[in-house]
Design a protein around this ligand. Structure first.
Ligand code: PLP
Length: 394
């Protein structure tokens, strides 16, 4: 008997069948049934805009946040939706109190857009952004070395759970634990984590944790979440002040309506809430299709891909052991002579392979994403294309 778990997953995605798609990491990809749910919400809104946005939205959003909260081991009261991680992190870094001389400790592996945002914020506040180079000897060594950069001036730590350019799973739980004991605020960029590695936000105990819904959870574009501990909620002033703000507006009876934190952030003017409301369908899709096992298989496929690229180039892994540093997103070194822009173009134009190639720390890297819809044939196509284009004969 057919069960959803047996479906050919690639057929359920809207991806162009002519492209070998090995870049789930950049913008994700949404399965057809989830996308239909998303469009269903949009149609429902347009049928009765006033009833939907004026009367039903708060309850619908609560139902959605409750499903996400169960998935993250968190409370729906501590979660708010944002259109993307960039907006959510910008809100948090704008709200963070910073004095001249304060330090924000971060890594040299942060997402470029957000590093820019922190630079601007720190410059305006007279604070210093300290970019610690990551020690990749082991996750334990990384924690010790990173922590050695903490000073009495360290006010906050900003760190990725899984880095973008280098695809590394960072030991954020231990860093958050130490920061909590030291009274240092933690803001974790978990854009790539939900759907790729198990998350328990109660145990992780970051002050602020941001995740993407459109990447590894396979939601539609336009949904991310921010989780904040109750102590952080008090200072997380919204970037957009709207009807949820202030004492001069309707204050719900105790036990009625939403908390101040939710009211501050949830209503930010008229907007399309469909992506926010669709996230439970994305979670359900993954459960129905046995995602735990499919993710584990995709991890194994990635390990095979990184091993095959290393065998081709004769170069060591970017970080070893690869099983420990990468989940479904990984990087492999390419020979130093490779023109990264040209290789990326050739992979796409000639071989119809979508995979990012970039220089990191003056080292050419290829980043490979393995999602449940990827197959051994995709990896074989990538390795064959690299063999042709980078001129190694091993
Ligand atoms: C680590 C990391 N943080 C933040 C972002 C920003 O995501 P968005 O562009 O959806 O805001 C990305 C995007 O790829 C990312 O890789």
């Amino acid at each position: 008997m057919y069960t959803p778990a047996m479906a050919n997953i690639r057929d359920l995605f809207l991806l162009d069948p002519d492209i070998v798609f090995l870049n789930h990491g950049s913008f994700g990809a949404c399965p057809r049934p989830v996308f239909e749910t998303y469009q269903g919400w949009q149609r429902e809104l347009e049928r009765q805009p006033v009833a939907f946005l004026g009367r039903r939205a708060e309850d619908l959003l609560r139902v959605s946040r409750t499903a996400l909260a169960a998935y993250l081991n968190a409370s729906a009261d501590d979660l708010v939706y944002f259109p993307n991680p960039t907006t959510a992190v910008n809100m948090a870094l704008r709200a963070l109190r910073l004095e001249p001389g304060d330090e924000v400790l971060t890594t040299d592996n942060e997402y470029g857009a957000l590093e820019r945002a922190w630079n601007v914020r720190c410059r305006e506040a007279g604070a210093r952004l300290i970019r610690r180079r990551l020690d990749l000897a082991s996750p334990e060594a990384l924690v010790e070395d990173f922590w050695a950069a903490v000073t009495p001036a360290t006010r906050a730590i900003f760190i990725s759970h899984i880095t973008s350019a280098t695809a590394l799973i960072l030991p954020v739980a231990e860093i958050c634990r130490r920061a909590r004991a030291a009274g240092i605020v933690t803001i974790v960029d978990g854009a790539h984590a939900p759907g790729q590695i198990p998350l328990d936000l109660a145990a992780l105990d970051a002050d602020v944790y941001v995740g993407a819904g459109h990447k590894w959870l396979c939601g539609p574009k336009g949904v991310a979440f921010l989780h904040a501990q109750p102590t952080a909620q008090a200072w997380l002033r919204p970037l957009i002040v709207s009807w949820g703000w202030g004492d001069d507006v309707y204050t719900p009876e105790p036990g009625m309506g939403e908390t101040e934190f939710i009211r501050w952030h949830q209503w930010q003017g008229t907007r399309d809430l469909a992506a926010y409301l669709t996230l439970p369908a994305a979670l359900a899709f993954q459960t129905e299709h046995d995602w735990q096992h499919r993710s584990a298989a995709a991890h194994d496929l990635l390990m095979d891909a990184l091993t095959a690229i290393s065998a081709l180039t004769g170069l060591p892994p970017f970080a070893a052991p690869i099983e420990r540093w990468h989940a479904q997103l990984g990087v492999a070194r390419l020979p130093g002579h490779v023109d990264v822009g040209r290789l990326k173009t050739l992979l796409y134009d000639i071989h119809r392979i979508e995979a990012p190639v970039h220089r990191w720390d003056d080292q050419p890297l290829i980043r490979v994403s393995c999602q449940a819809y990827n197959s051994e044939a995709d990896i074989a196509a990538l390795v064959a294309a690299l063999r042709v284009e980078i001129g190694v004969t091993a």
